[in-house]
Design a binder for this molecule. Structure first.
Ligand SMILES: [Zn+2]
Length: 401
């Protein structure tokens, strides 16, 4: 143990430490501090940084800099004696996930010949990238069983430093060190199973991993990405999934093993009901167009509640087919707002766009369209009657005296 070894490294179970702020700066949102010693792990090696408190000031992030370990703070602190505390729940979770990664990496290499090329400790789920072809369900179960056996074996896990020249004689799995690394090499050993270089925090025995669940694998950059959860996360995920299943059982009224089939049959029934609803809607739109065309008025108009623009357009097209000289103005409102559609038969001597603009000039909103059919959204139906009158006037301009 040397004085330049930070608290989180020499004693990963240390939750708080009396120390002092030796440098600080910044204001609200940019405050920072460097401590004489710290129990907060800075980000590195796939493991996210710790969070915690300097006295009562929350530490939002911790990172390594050439000047030392910088604590990013919610508000400024002053130099002098302080107590630094780690958010232990978050840290112990990270120790479980990280040690599980060491275990999986060792087993994947030794039992299956799959080297680990990357590790990512996620918020919910973590993953390792294996230089291995696609893994099947049977291989995942085999690896998971092997991990469970090593957890039950309660193998001691310890971290220590050696001189670089001592490393050559040791069976170290990965010799990769950060660029520019100088001085001692930190090793993490799972007794009888693994010896690896690592700067992170780990549990003291594989039994503290509790359990590892392999969630699935997917192809990734020529290898395979393997997703896992360990420790308390296994129970939390199980509880979340049990709650989700309970919700589905209530909604679908079926036991777990029938949920997928029941959901599928309800979706099939829904799709068929939607097809029927569309057909009935189309028939109603056609019937509306036909009824208005049969009326024979020079400007047919109608308002519909709870109908959309698609309905109006279909009704207007049907009208224009059956009444070549007629003009139709339809409006509708629904939870989506109010809309209108204006159309004319091929033989009607009118500029449909100009008629639509005559309508929106009075009721507001904008219109668009082409040829014999224009439509648009309107802000309200309050001036609908006046808008219809404006279209009627545009259709029959006063004769010159
Ligand atoms: Zn590690």
């Amino acid at each position: 143990m040397t004085s330049d070894v930070p608290g989180w490294e020499r004693a990963p179970y240390l939750r708080e430490l009396d120390t002092s702020v030796v440098a600080c700066g910044g204001g609200a949102g940019t405050a920072w501090a460097i401590l004489a010693d710290t129990v907060l792990y800075p980000e590195g090696g796939g493991q996210p940084c710790d969070r915690g408190w300097i006295d009562d000031t929350p530490v939002a992030a911790v990172r390594r800099t050439p000047d030392g370990i910088v604590h990013e703070l919610a508000s400024p602190v002053t130099c002098g004696p302080v107590k630094v505390r780690v958010d232990w729940e978050r840290r112990f979770d990270h120790m479980q996930q990280h040690t599980a990664q060491h275990l999986l990496t060792a087993l994947a290499q030794d039992r299956f010949g799959w080297p680990t090329t990357a590790f990512h400790l996620g918020e919910r789920v973590s993953d390792i990238e294996l230089n291995a072809p696609a893994l099947g369900a049977a291989q995942l179960r085999e690896l998971e069983e092997a991990a469970a056996a090593e957890i039950r074996a309660a193998r001691p896990v310890r971290a220590y430093r050696i001189r670089p020249e001592e490393a050559a004689a040791l069976p170290i799995r990965t010799r990769g060190l950060p660029a520019g690394h100088r001085g001692d090499v930190r090793l993490v050993e799972i007794a009888g199973l693994d010896l690896n270089t690592c700067g992170g925090t780990h549990v003291a025995s594989t039994c503290e991993i509790e359990s590892v669940a392999l969630l699935g694998a997917e192809p990734m950059r020529g290898g395979t990405r393997l997703y896992f959860v360990a420790g308390g996360r296994v129970r939390r995920m199980l509880h979340d999934q049990a709650d989700a299943l309970a919700g589905l059982r209530t909604v679908l009224g079926a036991p777990d093993q029938e949920l997928a089939a029941v959901a599928q049959s309800k979706l099939d029934a829904l799709r068929s009901a939607e097809r029927l609803a569309r057909r009935l809607q189309d028939e109603a739109a056609d019937a509306l167009g036909e009824a208005l065309a049969a009326g024979g008025e020079p400007l047919a108009h109608r308002h519909h509640h709870d109908k959309d623009l698609t309905f109006l357009q279909r009704a207007a097209r049907r009208f224009a087919e059956l009444a070549p000289a007629g003009v139709v103005l339809l409006t509708a409102d629904s939870a989506m707002g109010s809309v209108f559609c204006l159309a004319a038969g091929q033989a009607a001597p009118v500029d449909v766009g100009a008629l639509a603009r005559a309508f929106t000039d009075v009721v507001g909103g904008r219109c668009g369209g082409a040829g014999r059919l224009f439509q648009g959204k309107i802000p309200s139906l309050d001036r609908r009657g006046a808008g219809i009158e404006a279209v009627r006037r545009a259709l029959s301009p006063p004769s010159p005296r």
